[in-house]
Design a protein around this ligand. Structure first.
Ligand SMILES: [Zn+2]
Length: 236
């Protein structure tokens, strides 16, 4: 007898395989990232297909096989249809999913990551967001994902020498945090930060309280930092 497993998950990606089968990548609450094979799922009217549309939250049932897990049941919890109707928000969902897929490898449960993904989707679905705020959401999401994966940004003191940093300092992606002026003069690489507290405040909040502010510096820091993350297989 096969054991059936049930868990909640967010559908991150789908790819067609032979016949009408599809491999669905889901970030689940109880098992982390899973690939599930949906047998004959592309056939018209498949209930599994309707309940596992891209970027939906669903309860999925599956059985574990030798080489793959087979999707057996799916019950839609939310398909976040507002977020998908809007091109800006939809492209944010694609970017978030690409970031997860390039940083998270293998199956490992992490409920914090599941909650980060599902709460972000709820928030993005909630209301129309300005272009700038979409970028802020993306940065917030990615910094938090990196944090849960063990890549905390060092922003309390100089990541290189440990001394106190002044309000204006530099972000050094190789050090994974801010560096003081002395360390920057020894290794002049990184991004100038006018006010380190704005970065601290940004990272301390939760997704519900991301406030409208200039996103440029956060985008620069994130993009630079991602280039130094070894797991980042999706590097451009
Ligand atoms: Zn220093």
């Amino acid at each position: 007898m096969f054991t059936h497993y049930y868990t909640e998950g967010v559908i991150l990606a789908k790819r067609a395989v032979k016949d009408a089968d599809e491999i669905i990548t889901v970030y689940t609450r109880d098992f982390g990232k899973l690939d599930l094979i949906g047998k004959s799922i592309k056939k018209n009217g498949s209930k599994l297909k309707m309940n596992t549309s891209l970027f939906s939250l669903a309860e999925v049932g599956f059985i574990q096989g030798k080489s793959c897990n087979t999707l057996t049941d799916a019950r839609l919890i939310s398909n976040f249809k507002n977020a998908k109707k809007d091109l800006g928000r939809l492209s944010l969902l694609y970017r978030m999913s690409e970031t997860i897929l390039s940083l998270v490898h293998g199956e490992e449960k992490d409920e914090n990551i599941f909650l980060l993904i599902s709460q972000s989707l709820r928030k993005i679905d909630g209301f129309k967001i300005s272009k700038n705020k979409l970028k802020l959401f993306y940065c917030f999401f990615s910094f938090n994902l990196l944090y849960f994966l063990g890549y905390k940004l060092y922003i309390e003191e100089c990541a290189s020498c440990g001394s106190k940093v002044e309000s204006s300092c530099y972000f050094n992606p190789r050090e994974g945090g801010v560096v003081c002026k002395d360390c920057f003069s020894k290794e002049p690489a990184g991004i100038y930060l006018e006010e380190v507290d704005s970065l601290r405040r940004f990272l301390e909040n939760d997704i519900r309280s991301v406030k409208e502010q200039d996103s440029k510096v956060f985008v620069d820091i994130l993009e630079n930092y991602l280039n130094y993350i070894p797991e980042n297989s999706g590097k451009q």
